[in-house]
Design a protein around this ligand. Structure first.
Ligand SMILES: C[S@@+](CC[C@H](N)C(=O)[O-])C[C@H]1O[C@@H](n2cnc3c(N)ncnc32)[C@H](O)[C@@H]1O
Ligand code: SF4
Ligand code: SF4
Length: 346
């Protein structure tokens, strides 16, 4: 079992142990209680992995991984899965860091208590704009006020790490610097992680998105707003706002928003050694496009370093795609990558 006395990093690039992933990402369900403008996950369907098999896979991961890694529970909305508390508890028992990515709408005092009892350590809440804008983008009246209440409650009552994830696009860019200002004022709040909008999640990469979607900055004026927001976020970060994205990622996004087609070939893909991903059906993959290396029935030590995984890595090494991972998870890392830690002290 990994040594849990290590400080808990937010940035998984801190772990670079050869032969192991740096983060485990688990899609527990595609079901969701919301229908956000930028996401088609809730309209996709897939049979969910049997919980007992997934729990057994976590056990095997625990026996193999030498460092405490973040196990990110996501989806869909992970709180829609009735065994979510068992997943959190198992991850904690095997010595890793249970992280919950949630839209926050289903969180209440009772569920927070169950999550804490199970050992959750990090809650990442999605927040896409100030006030009514967030509610509109997520089709959830009252959501924004509820999330600020939850952040207040969580940061005042527990030792949890409470962070936010914000997607940057044409319809919300103008609102994001104000949102940073609001979150900065909240005592005990952790870090803000921004993501660049990608063609609608769960619909595959589509060129139409860049021509047709209102989320994409299609006019010069919209592009200027997005680019100046990126400048603003950088300036706020230099000013001490706990924005977790490296400056190199903002540089990449300037190019992406200016021309999304040109980007991929200039940035090597880092996904092949970073992420062990568990799909909702229980397949194990390094990236969405290049196939599974195995399933949750397998031994992770064997499949991570096995022949199939190495063949897939060879294909990935030559992949010039622009994709969600390259933009938002496996951006070109440089010396400024370790930005803040979860305790909020740096
Ligand atoms: C798919 S959601 C799953 C977790 C949870 N349902 C939530 O909304 O936080 C994970 C993250 O992806 C983000 N996301 C959704 N659609 C996106 C898109 N088209 N481009 C980039 N990020 C997106 C969400 O805002 C959220 O922070
Ligand atoms: S972003 Fe999250 S909350 Fe919104 S539809 Fe997708 S899975 Fe559901
Ligand atoms: S760049 Fe290619 S190989 Fe890398 S994560 Fe994206 S699709 Fe996969």
């Amino acid at each position: 079992m990994p040594n849990k006395t290590k400080p808990h990093p937010y940035n998984y690039f801190d772990y670079r142990r050869e032969g192991y992933p740096r983060v485990v990402n688990i899609n527990v369900t595609l079901r969701c209680n919301l229908f956000c403008d930028m996401c088609q996950v809730p309209s996709s369907q897939a049979e969910e992995a049997p919980p007992e098999k997934l729990l057994a896979f976590f056990e095997r991961l625990g026996a193999w991984l030498p460092d405490p890694l973040m196990f990110i529970l996501t989806g869909g909305e992970p709180l829609m899965h009735k065994r979510i508390y068992d997943y959190v508890a198992k991850i904690s028992q095997i010595g890793h860091i249970p992280v919950l990515n949630t839209n926050g709408a289903l969180l209440n005092v009772e569920r927070v208590k169950r999550l804490l009892d199970a050992g959750v350590e990090v809650i990442n809440l999605s927040l896409d704009g100030v006030g009514e804008l967030h509610d509109r983008l997520r089709n959830g009246p009252g959501l924004y006020a509820g999330i600020l209440d939850i952040i207040y409650y969580l940061t005042h009552n527990n030792d949890l790490n409470v962070n936010t994830v914000m997607v940057v696009h044409a319809l919300n860019a103008h609102s994001l610097p104000e949102l940073v200002g609001i979150l900065r004022q909240m005592p005990g709040f952790g870090v803000m992680q921004f993501q660049a909008v990608v063609p609608t999640l769960a619909r595959g990469w589509s060129e139409d998105f860049f021509q047709l979607s209102p989320l994409w900055p299609r006019t010069r004026e919209q592009l200027d707003v997005v680019l100046s927001t990126i400048d603003n976020l950088e300036a706020l970060k230099r000013d001490g706002a706990k924005i977790n994205n490296p400056y190199s990622q903002f540089a990449m996004w300037r190019r992406y928003f200016t021309d999304p087609r040109e980007l991929g070939a200039s940035y090597p893909c880092l996904a092949m050694h970073n992420m062990l991903q568990v799909t909702v059906e229980g397949n194990i993959q390094l990236c969405e496009r290049h196939g599974a290396i195995g399933t949750i029935d397998d031994d992770p030590a064997v499949i991570w370093n096995g022949e199939r995984a190495q063949k897939i890595r060879d294909v990935m090494r030559a992949c010039a795609a622009t994709c969600n991972y390259k933009l938002n998870c496996c951006y070109f890392a440089d010396e400024d990558q370790a930005v803040c830690d979860l305790s909020g002290t740096s």
